[in-house]
Write a protein that binds this ligand. Structure first.
Ligand code: HCA
Ligand code: CU
Length: 423
């Protein structure tokens, strides 16, 4: 039995924005909301996810599973259409080095990057794996300079220039990023970025390592940086305060070019791939639909969730089990008439379908009527109203499953309409 949809066979209408809305976003010439690239870091940032049982002692294989799995995930990411795949540093462990090599040899469309600390040994190991690009990172906030690596900004800049020169000589792309950018001294940060830009990096990155930034802070920093460097700007937002998707959107509005995403990550992760895609398919539908294989999102998220033995959260945008479920009678009625009333995203774009629940006390007769039609039962509106009252009565007493409501409908039909059976 399929319990889906309920749109009376209607085509999903185009979700156009209301021209009269005062909230309609206005993009200026720097905005990249319809022209961005995704650096997918589930195979690097995601490896820092707690359940991935990647303890520092063992530094085991990708996701703590077999190397096959890392390969499978990389292929799935590639087929989804992400522009870059970022992998764990090859110096993390022997297996990490091998995984980098293996994934580089798959001939994927996506460019393969690895993420290393700012020093020459790490940079050399990265080059040895055959990656297309190297993402360099070092902490620049006073917290990290004092309590982590203990280096001065002068040292950071000098080392950055040496390592960048080496990597350029090896013919790989270079990105230079600062950890904890939002708690770093702005003047220090800008002069460092100006220097690495002049040295010829492809991208500079800013990272909200602790997840404390707001969209407005992001907009201001990216806008300022946009005026200082010529190269692309990559952004990386942790989700500790729930702003990671909004921050990525604000960054693109301010002129950032690349967004880091991950389906898992350190603590509660960074901008999630699926939620980011959900945001962007609404902002820039043509760009997103033409570039990414949206119908693969669910399988991709399931693959990753299974690999680390977790469930996709119930309220996940798009793929959460109730993302397209409509329950309240008042919503159901409108949805059945026109899905855009209560949906900003079309489930069909993702190969999914909406579900109108009728098994509750808050259902309404329009939703029930649509289920009656789906089941091929013939009833008058009056009869549908009557059976709706019965469903609500029962649902007041105990939770109902879809099967329960279906059998109520069938029995009612048999008794009231066909005049046989017992209700
Ligand atoms: C970390 C590092 C990082 C790096 C981001 C970047 C962060 O695990 O702390 O290279 O841009 O969040 O700062 O993921
Ligand atoms: Cu991070």
């Amino acid at each position: 039995m399929s319990a889906t949809n309920g749109t009376n066979g209607q085509q999903h209408p185009v979700r156009s924005r209301s021209a009269s809305s005062p909230y309609q976003s206005v993009q200026d010439y720097l905005s990249n909301v319809a022209n961005f690239k995704i650096i997918e870091s589930t195979l690097r940032e995601g490896e820092q996810f707690a359940n991935a049982f990647f303890d520092t002692e063992t530094k085991v294989k990708m996701y703590g599973l077999n190397p096959d799995c890392a390969e499978k995930s990389a292929k799935a990411l590639d087929s989804f259409g992400v522009d870059f795949i970022e992998l764990t540093s090859p110096v993390a462990s022997e297996q990490s080095f091998k995984d980098c090599r293996t994934i580089c040899s798959l001939g994927l469309k996506a460019k393969i990057l690895t993420h290393v600390r700012l020093n020459m040994e790490d940079a050399k190991a990265a080059v040895a794996t055959g990656v297309d690009g190297v993402d360099l990172v070092i902490g620049t906030s006073s917290f990290l300079r004092e309590f982590s690596h203990g280096k001065s900004m002068t040292y950071v800049q000098k080392t950055a220039l040496e390592v960048i020169e080496y990597l350029k000589g090896e013919g790989v792309q270079v990105r230079f990023s600062s950890e904890d950018s939002f708690r770093s001294d702005l003047v220090d940060l800008l002069s460092l970025y100006k220097a690495v830009d002049t040295a010829g990096v492809q991208r500079v990155g800013i990272a909200d390592t602790v997840g404390g930034a707001t969209p407005r802070m992001v907009y201001d920093l990216v806008r300022t940086l946009r005026g200082v460097v010529q190269c692309d700007i990559e952004t990386h937002f942790h989700d500790d305060t729930g702003c990671a998707v909004a921050n990525a959107h604000a960054a693109l509005e301010a002129g950032a070019t690349h967004v880091d995403t991950s389906m898992l990550g350190e603590r509660n992760g960074i901008t999630p791939l699926g939620a980011f895609i959900a945001r962007m398919v609404v902002t820039a539908p043509d760009y997103v639909k033409s570039k990414y294989n949206l119908k693969e999102l669910k399988a991709l998220e399931t693959l990753v969730a299974d690999a680390v033995q977790i469930n996709i959260p119930f309220n996940n945008p798009v793929t959460g089990f109730c993302a397209f479920t409509h329950k309240a009678g008042i919503h159901a009625k409108a949805i059945l008439n026109n899905p855009s009333t209560y949906e900003i995203i079309n489930p069909e774009d993702f190969g999914l379908s909406r579900y109108v629940s009728i098994s509750s006390r808050i259902t309404g007769w329009n939703a029930v009527k649509s289920r009656v039609d789906q089941l091929g039962l013939k009833m008058s509106d009056e009869q549908v109203k009557e059976v709706t009252a019965k469903i609500k009565q029962l649902a007041d007493i105990r939770p109902l499953a879809i099967d329960d409501t279906d059998s109520i409908l069938r029995s009612f039909h048999a008794e009231q309409v066909e005049g046989c059976g017992s209700y």
